[in-house]
Write a protein that binds this ligand. Structure first.
Ligand code: ADP
Ligand code: ADP
Ligand code: ZN
Ligand code: ZN
Length: 744
């Protein structure tokens, strides 16, 4: 295999015919401001050419619906090898997927129990909750069962006529209504509160109805019987609508047979070192690693060694606070990424190309070092690592840094630096300058009042009572797993704050910054006014659509069982509008040209104060480089979060509380200052802002810091220090304080 990856003339998205040679076997960090072209080069050119799967965890039918990666545009790409993409997409998965199953650690644990567990139970599949031989028959191995939340089904203040049965389909005039109101057994006009208790029971349950002295039809089915037959005891995949009904009228409870252990009785009784497999699965991985080391039986020495390796790797990467039983659906993006990394560590493949997207997300400074060690060990096995990253410590550890820039969008797409960290630190580039600047010191603001979080016991929190100051910026710090998210969730539960998270803003491919800001109607009116026609004409969803593609810009050919084909519409060349509409212009721009403007350009070029005003908020949160027509489904988690902040900045009239989770995710060093200004503006309007953050600059700028820990999981869940950043510095026990001291 060639010893160099050679790229010539790469032009994907904003790349300006980039040429680049990367020696294989190196750890390469790609830096640059947001929108400079890092993803376009690393993901959309190099990885796309090497042909990775979009996400190995999605079944093909879902993959078909994901946005398609555009073909890389380059004159030459050579020396590539198969790519493993390790991104921050949450592992998600279904209820059967746990940290143990996805890392294979549980497979080894099952082997251990099948060989040396007492009493002997059988093969290792008898310990699998995903195998009929092992799964608890009552809950089919899920550990939980759904039960009807009976108290939510009836409104006792209403009569049947007034819609006392709240389930869909049971109201007055609806499908099932006459099965209850029309059988003569119940008084449809009386509020249920005035019924006898026996009658109310009879309404809900068949057996209770047959105990009444009155006649009920032989085939009478109580409301709950019917609901459970239709919704719960059905093997069908339920529609979205039915699932919403389920969420509203049911609750899940620990399975009564297995108590949540998911396994048949025999598997629940076998013990190793005096513990059941369920107990071991619920222990923190770090503790389990210590326990497993005590198994001395030579029959299982290889199994114990393999399991210890796995658990050691998980602990080493800062995930020792998780348990093997933890469902993957509850993991954060950063935790998901670290699990994917561990999965590949055990792989014996060499000469692979690993591509990482900000592996330090969610990591305390203290854990960043373990992540770096892990990256190096992957490299030392003979692999090549391409890492998109903003963290200076990772840059310092790289063999080579490539910076894209100098700015975003059209003003970027060039290589402005290539070399080692020492050179970058003195380079006159955005990243070099970012490494040398510090957010200016300032006096903490005085708080207006406080909101008390009382007796918080969520997850690992130890009956915590803590005051959150109002009207200021408070940062929650602590190592991963120390309880920051748990405390934030408890604050939201007790005081009702607005959570500005990193989840996708929209799953609709048609939503864009233009539709999100609500300026689409204003733009259509502007065009209508200038051209003396109707605003309707300028909507690709109605009047003005290209007749060939109906305004989609692409023609989609569905190939039944194969991947569908999407081709750009030949009539409008993907511009979505009819030729007649495109002929109308405002200051030289057609309606389709507007989609291609960046937010920054639009502020300058669209002559309409209302439009510019709405867009300026996006510039304020550092999103000026987005194109107006760019699908929001393309945005990263950090970008989604900043978009939501922009919306809050324009919406909120009354002061309120905001909770943000790591808003610096995906943010270049140079933009941290911009983000801080935005948070300051929220505070200046009287809002209370609570931020989970590892970024030391943000911590230094806080008015108040609540440091949780001292360790993760069971070794955390306490307030180590609460005070101003200055007061935190003096705290000996705090890992955050140590990191702050190391950089001041
Ligand atoms: P970075 O990863 O450095 O933040 P990107 O590579 O994502 O930057 O973006 C570089 C430029 O390419 C930006 O102007 C962005 O708007 C544009 N871009 C990104 N994705 C697409 C896409 N799917 N189609 C068209 N332009 C895109
Ligand atoms: P942080 O935000 O500081 O990383 P978290 O609040 O997410 O920490 O986690 C604190 C502890 O609670 C950890 O031990 C974690 O494993 C546990 N935990 C968090 N979420 C869940 C959950 N949904 N189910 C079970 N345990 C959880
Ligand atoms: Zn069960
Ligand atoms: Zn068309």
């Amino acid at each position: 295999m060639s010893s160099t990856i050679r790229i010539r003339g790469a032009r994907t998205h904003n790349l300006k015919a980039i040429d680049l040679d990367l020696p294989r076997g190196e750890l390469v960090v790609f830096a640059g401001v947001s929108g400079s072209g890092k993803s376009s080069l690393v993901f959309d050119t190099i990885a796309a050419e090497a042909g990775y799967q979009v996400n190995e965890n999605y079944p093909p039918f879902v993959r078909n619906r994901l946005p398609r990666w555009s073909r890389p545009e380059a004159e030459l790409l050579e020396g590539l090898s198969p790519v493993v993409l390790i991104d921050q997409k949450r592992l998600g998965g279904n209820a059967r997927s746990t940290v143990g199953t996805i890392t294979d650690a549980f497979t080894y644990l099952r082997l251990l129990f099948s060989r040396v567990g007492e009493p002997h139970v059988g093969e290792s599949n008898h310990f699998s909750f995903n195998d009929p031989a092992g799964m608890c028959p009552a809950c089919a191995g899920l550990g939980e069962t759904l039960t009807t939340a009976v108290e939510r089904v009836l409104d006792l203040d209403r009569s049947l006529e007034q819609g006392a049965i709240l389930l869909p389909g049971f109201g007055n005039g609806q499908y099932w209504y006459r099965q209850y109101a029309g059988i003569g057994a119940f008084d449809p006009a009386a509020p249920l509160r005035d019924w006898s208790a026996a009658d109310r029971e009879a309404l809900l349950h068949r057996e209770a109805a047959h105990r009444l002295s009155r006649d009920v039809p032989k085939d009478y089915e109580g409301v709950i019987d019917r609901f459970e037959r239709i919704y719960l005891h059905t093997a069908d995949n339920l529609s979205e609508r039915k699932q919403a009904v389920l969420r509203r009228f049911t609750r899940s409870a620990s399975c009564r047979d297995c108590g949540g252990e998911r396994l048949r009785e025999a598997a629940r009784t076998a013990r190793v070192l005096g513990r059941t497999i369920g107990e071991m699965s619920r222990m923190e991985i770090g503790e389990l690693a210590g326990l497993i080391g005590q198994v001395r039986d030579p029959r299982v020495a290889p199994v114990v060694a393999a399991l210890s390796d796995k658990l050691g790797a998980l602990t080493g990467i800062g995930l020792g606070y998780l348990s093997l039983a933890r469902p993957t659906t509850t993991l954060s993006g950063g935790e998901s990424q670290r699990i994917k990394t561990v999965r590949h560590l055990g792989s014996s493949l060499v000469e692979m190309l690993y591509v990482f997207d900000e592996p330090t997300v969610g990591l305390h400074q203290h854990d960043v070092q373990s992540m770096i060690e892990l990256l190096k060990s992957l490299r030392d096995k003979g692999n090549t690592l391409l890492v998109v990253e903003h963290d200076p410590d990772v840059m310092r550890a790289a063999d080579r840094i490539v910076e894209l820039g100098p700015a975003a969008g059209d003003a970027g797409g060039r290589i402005v630096f290539e070399g080692g960290f020492g050179e970058l630190a003195i380079a006159d580039t955005p990243t070099g300058r970012g490494l040398r600047t510090r957010v200016r010191e300032r006096e903490p603001r005085a708080h207006a009042g406080k909101l008390r979080v009382d007796n918080a016991r969520r997850n690992n929190l130890r009956d915590l009572t803590v005051d959150i100051p109002t009207g200021v910026l408070t940062v929650l710090t602590g190592v991963a797993g120390s309880g920051k998210s748990s405390l934030a969730a408890e604050f939201v539960a007790q005081h009702g704050a607005t959570v500005v998270d990193q989840r996708p803003v929209s799953t609709n491919r048609r939503s864009s910054p233009l539709t999100y800001c609500g300026i689409a109607p204003a733009i259509r009116k502007l065009f209508a006014r200038r051209s003396g026609t109707s605003p309707k004409l300028f909507s690709a969803n109605s009047g003005g659509a290209c007749p060939a593609c109906q305004g989609a810009g692409v023609i989609y050919t569905d190939l039944a069982f194969m991947e569908g084909q999407e081709t750009v519409c030949e009539v409008c060349s993907g511009r979505r509008f009819s030729a007649e509409v495109l002929a109308h212009t405002v200051d030289g721009l057609s309606i389709a040209d507007v989609d291609d403007l960046t937010v920054e350009e639009a502020v300058r070029r669209l002559p309409e104060p209302a439009i510019a005003g709405a867009l300026r908020r996006l510039v304020d949160v550092g999103l000026g480089y987005l194109r107006l027509g760019q699908p929001l489904t393309d945005l990263s988690g950090g970008e989604c979060q900043r978009l939501k902040i922009a919306k809050e900045l324009s919406a909120a009239e009354h002061p309120t509380c905001y909770v943000l989770d790591e808003p610096t995710t995906g943010l270049h060093l140079a933009d941290t200052g911009v983000l801080l200004q935005v948070l300051d503006r929220l505070v200046e309007r009287g809002n209370t802002v609570l931020v989970i953050e590892h970024n030391l600059e943000v911590i230094r700028s806080a008015d108040w810091v609540i440091d949780l820990g001292p360790g993760p999981g069971r070794r955390g869940g306490r307030v180590v220090c609460a005070g101003t950043p200055q007061q935190l510095l003096a705290c000996d026990e705090s890992a955050t304080a140590r990191a702050l001291r190391a950089t001041t």
